[in-house]
Design a protein around this ligand. Structure first.
Ligand code: FAD
Length: 386
């Protein structure tokens, strides 16, 4: 068993960490205040990421990516997790589901996305279909050679900057012994397609400036050339390519927790009450001890799940455990950090209240904590027939 990183992996960590410290941290206050990422800042982050050779680092070298494996990519995401989501969005990591592109879709979507020329977003969720993706109402019906799409998607991250969106749409229904079951197809939808509108979504308490958008389809016509993967094969492409994205949420939570921890540690060592540093009170120092223990545990769970994927080992349960534990750890760690800061922790003069707000969404997106627990328990009980 080898827990250490190789020299190359250490270099990935230090390169991305210093990028985040130099190129992301200085703009965070502005994004917090305005809720916007200025275009020139976004362009600069993208340009420097390309220059660094890290743009689309999650893609194989044969399509122009950096060819990182799951473990190396988790290390990149962990360091990015320290910085603002709104800003590190431009340290582009296109959806790896684009690897399902066939024929001229490669020239139109995959390769420009990897080169940073076109940005993507991914849309599954609807107002009436969140955890239950198959409950979606957005549907496409055949009309001549085209598909005609009607419906609404919401909570779509990054769609404000996207040139095209990978959208999951119901293309039929099968009757099964358990009742009707939607057939789902993934489509590539260009911004500007007639009948397709992207509009502002809701104002979220987490990750200011990282906007979620609403997509509306009103008799939007899409030719077969826009189908990603097979017609009715949406779940296959989803399971093949989106399976691992929960690791991203877990590892970013670990990165952010380490940043918050450093603030709490320093504050506890410097702040004095009753004539001594508050770190000398066991009520504070034991919180610090619990925080670092949980962070390390989440880190190991997360890297282990990525490593298992690289080894071709089953990893579904391990990824779910990492996601649920790391995101709930982040909630506890940010809350404890805020407690250590006392009243000042709630004030926007320090970034602690921001980390505390930002932590909340991690337990919801990419599958809620309850859904992760469902995945874990199902894997354990299934072999027992329960
Ligand atoms: C800021 C933000 C950005 C997002 N970005 C995207 C995006 O880019 N693309 C995209 O497609 N989606 C995106 N999402 C959607 C996200 O993945 C969903 O919010 C999430 O899957 C939960 O769906 P829901 O919010 O509709 O909650 P619901 O599914 O309505 O769940 C409500 C509650 O019921 C619980 N629950 C539901 N089913 C079960 C069950 N079987 N067992 C136990 N408990 C259950 C849930 O855990 C939750 O506590 C985003 C969400 C947010 C908040």
């Amino acid at each position: 068993m080898q827990f250490g990183l190789t020299d190359e992996q250490e270099m990935i960590v230090s390169t991305v960490r210093s990028f985040v410290e130099k190129e992301i941290y200085p703009h965070e206050d502005l994004v917090e205040r305005t809720g916007e990422v200025p275009k020139e800042v976004a362009d600069e982050i993208k340009r420097k990421t390309i220059e660094l050779g890290f743009y689309a680092c999650n893609f194989p070298e044969e399509v122009g990516g950096a060819g990182l494996n799951h473990l190396e990519f988790a290390l990149v995401e962990r360091e990015l997790g320290r910085g603002s989501m709104a800003l590190n969005h431009f340290f582009g990591r296109p959806q790896n589901i684009l690897m399902a592109c066939e024929g001229d879709q490669k020239e139109r979507y995959l390769l420009p996305a990897v080169r940073g020329e076109r940005m993507d977003a991914l849309a599954m969720t609807e107002p009436g279909a969140g955890s239950d993706v198959r409950g979606m109402k957005c549907s496409a019906v055949r009309d001549g050679g085209d598909w005609v799409v009607n419906g609404t998607k919401h909570f779509i991250s990054g769609a404000d900057h996207a040139d095209f969106i990978i959208v999951f749409i119901a293309t039929g229904e099968d009757m099964t012994p358990k009742g009707p079951k939607k057939r789902i197809t993934a489509f590539l939808v260009d911004r500007g397609t007639p009948g397709f509108t992207i509009r502002d979504g809701y104002k979220s308490v987490s990750h200011r400036g990282y906007k979620n958008m609403i997509l509306e389809f009103d008799d939007c016509r899409l030719p077969d050339a826009q189908v990603l993967g097979e017609v009715d094969g949406g779940f296959e492409v989803m399971n093949t390519w989106l399976y691992a994205t929960r690791i991203t949420v877990a590892t970013m939570s670990v990165g952010r927790a380490r940043r918050v921890f450093d603030y709490a540690l320093t504050y506890a060592a410097e702040r004095e009450q009753f004539g001594q540093q508050i770190a000398k009170f066991q009520g504070v120092s034991f919180q610090i001890a619990d925080m670092i223990t949980e962070i390390d545990a989440a880190d190991l769970l997360t890297l282990n799940s990525a490593w298992r994927l690289d080894q071709g080992l089953p990893a579904n349960r391990e990824i779910a455990s990492a996601k649920v534990y790391a995101t709930e750890m982040l909630a506890r760690v940010t809350d404890a950090a805020l407690q250590i800061y006392g009243g000042m922790g709630l004030m926007s003069d320090y970034p602690i209240e921001r980390f505390w707000r930002d932590a909340r969404v991690e337990r919801i997106w990419d599958g809620t904590s309850e859904i992760q627990r469902h995945i874990i328990s199902r894997e354990l009980f299934r072999p027992l027939g329960a």
